[in-house]
Design a protein around this ligand. Structure first.
Ligand SMILES: C[S@@+](CC[C@H](N)C(=O)[O-])C[C@H]1O[C@@H](n2cnc3c(N)ncnc32)[C@H](O)[C@@H]1O
Length: 215
């Protein structure tokens, strides 16, 4: 896994084995700094079950899995959702995960998160940690946060990419101001990437029906 991560970061450009198309990984994929932050939070939370919206080139998934395996539990699992994996990304994400020996650890769903997340919820799935790097429009991020807030254990971590975008920061602000979530970390930002780490409430949602705080 480390060898694959280092090769991808060093080369920056990859050839998809599915169709020989050539892809520049960056700035679409997470940076090494963000990947290391992801791995660090997975380890700090002693996560064994993680979920990600936006598999893309699979670099974030590789760092998350590195953290999972460092936690030393035999039953670790990572769920990665991406409807465009086999089209826009020519299967690069799943290719690199297989090359890293993670085919049995990662479940990929080729669906939009707004379809897959409620289904996972109805199936009774739960996770220790969620990473959101999918549809960055307000409604997309809002739905990802609300559903992942229910899929991740109470007081669990939601790691949010592209926090420099007003729509992403606005969706996070709703959760902090209305759902009693806390901000654990905000990275230094630039035009392309910034991340925020949120923790969901440890308490059951007991808001009155008309509760609303402007965000
Ligand atoms: C910035 S890329 C993710 C990069 C990835 N984290 C990495 O490190 O390689 C955003 C991804 O979100 C996916 N995406 C877009 N809309 C989505 C949706 N509704 N549900 C799930 N994934 C979505 C895109 O296909 C794309 O792979």
């Amino acid at each position: 896994m480390r060898v694959v991560i280092e090769r991808l970061v060093r080369d920056g450009t990859v050839v998809a084995s599915s169709d020989d198309s050539v892809h520049d990984l960056f700035p679409v994929a997470v940076s090494v700094d963000e990947g290391e932050a992801l791995r660090g939070w997975v380890i700090r939370e002693a996560a064994t079950h993680t979920i990600e919206v936006g598999l893309g080139y699979g670099l974030s998934a590789l760092f998350i899995c590195e953290g999972l395996l460092a936690n030393g539990n035999a039953t670790v699992r990572h769920v990665a959702i991406d409807p465009y994996q086999d089209t826009r990304f020519s299967g690069c994400g799943t290719q690199f995960l297989a090359e890293a020996g993670l085919a049995e650890v990662v479940e990929h769903y080729a669906e939009e998160s707004q379809i897959a997340l409620p289904r996972l919820l109805s199936e009774g799935r739960s996770f220790d940690f969620g990473f959101i790097d999918g549809n960055h429009r307000f409604d997309g991020v809002f739905l990802d946060l609300v559903y992942l807030g229910r899929l991740v254990r109470p007081g669990g971590i939601l790691f949010l990419d592209d926090y420099q975008l007003p729509a992403v920061a606005g969706a996070a602000s709703f959760c902090v101001k209305n759902l009693d979530w806390t901000v654990e970390e905000i990275s230094a930002g630039d035009d392309l990437h910034q991340w925020a780490v949120l923790r969901s409430s440890k308490l059951r949602d007991a808001r009155p029906f008309d509760y609303y705080v402007d965000f």
